[in-house]
Design a protein around this ligand. Structure first.
Ligand SMILES: [Zn+2]
Ligand SMILES: [Zn+2]
Length: 216
């Protein structure tokens, strides 16, 4: 039973999964700027090395505690990723995207180093590191060494992640009692911060870049 907790301990969410569906590291502008924004609002420190540890889980969970503390935000008006967070401590808990087809979710709570947000789950080795093209040379040089196969470091979207999506979706699930869509409704939808230009500037989102890649 994978468990996600926020820094302040208000929110605890259980997933019916003993192991993650996939693991990779994301350097994309969307993820990093969202985590940066949450840190700015008082949340735990975002990964200073600019790659976020991503744990993929089914879209099926139980909010054990803190449902009233949950909120959701989009980086900007036309952003694709809905990110759920704790309104008390600004921990970003997990994200949803239309491309996940209500079957899977991605949590970057394990990217936070100041507390253990992800427990009770067997983790695999990171399978890819992607979107290096969103970083400058200095930022790339500052990344921790990639321990795996160098061919799994991608400038754009990780091919092995995209290849695994159908398998991940099949192994995931759409919770009937609770899932990201039900939760979004319960929290009254996602808000769009208007106080930080960094959220709406920068390169196109991951999936848009992927779409461009696919048609190139
Ligand atoms: Zn919290
Ligand atoms: Zn990302």
């Amino acid at each position: 039973m994978a468990t996600i907790k926020c820094r302040c301990g208000s929110v605890c969410i259980d997933f019916p999964a003993n192991k993650e569906l996939f693991r990779h590291e994301c350097c994309c502008h969307d993820c990093i700027s969202a985590l940066w924004y949450a840190t700015k609002r008082g949340g735990p420190k975002y990964p200073g090395n600019l790659c976020a540890d991503c744990c993929w889980l089914p879209n099926d969970f139980r909010v054990v505690t803190g449902e009233d503390k949950l909120g959701a935000f989009l980086n900007h008006e036309s952003a694709d990723t809905t990110r759920f967070y704790c309104k008390t401590c600004w921990t970003v808990l997990f994200g949803d995207h239309p491309f996940y087809e209500k079957r899977i979710l991605v949590s970057q709570v394990a990217a936070y180093k100041e507390f253990e947000g992800l427990t009770n789950v067997v983790r695999m080795e990171p399978q890819a590191r992607h979107f290096l093209k969103n970083l400058d040379e200095e930022q790339i040089a500052a990344l921790p060494p990639w321990p795996g196969d160098p061919s799994n470091v991608y400038q754009g979207a990780a091919e092995n992640l995209l290849e695994h999506f159908p398998t991940m979706k099949a192994a995931g699930g759409e919770g009937t009692a609770m899932n990201a869509q039900i939760l979004l409704d319960k929290v009254g939808g996602a808000f769009v911060p208007t106080d930080e230009a960094r959220l709406s500037t920068g390169p196109p989102s991951l999936m848009r870049q992927t779409a461009v890649q696919a048609t190139a």
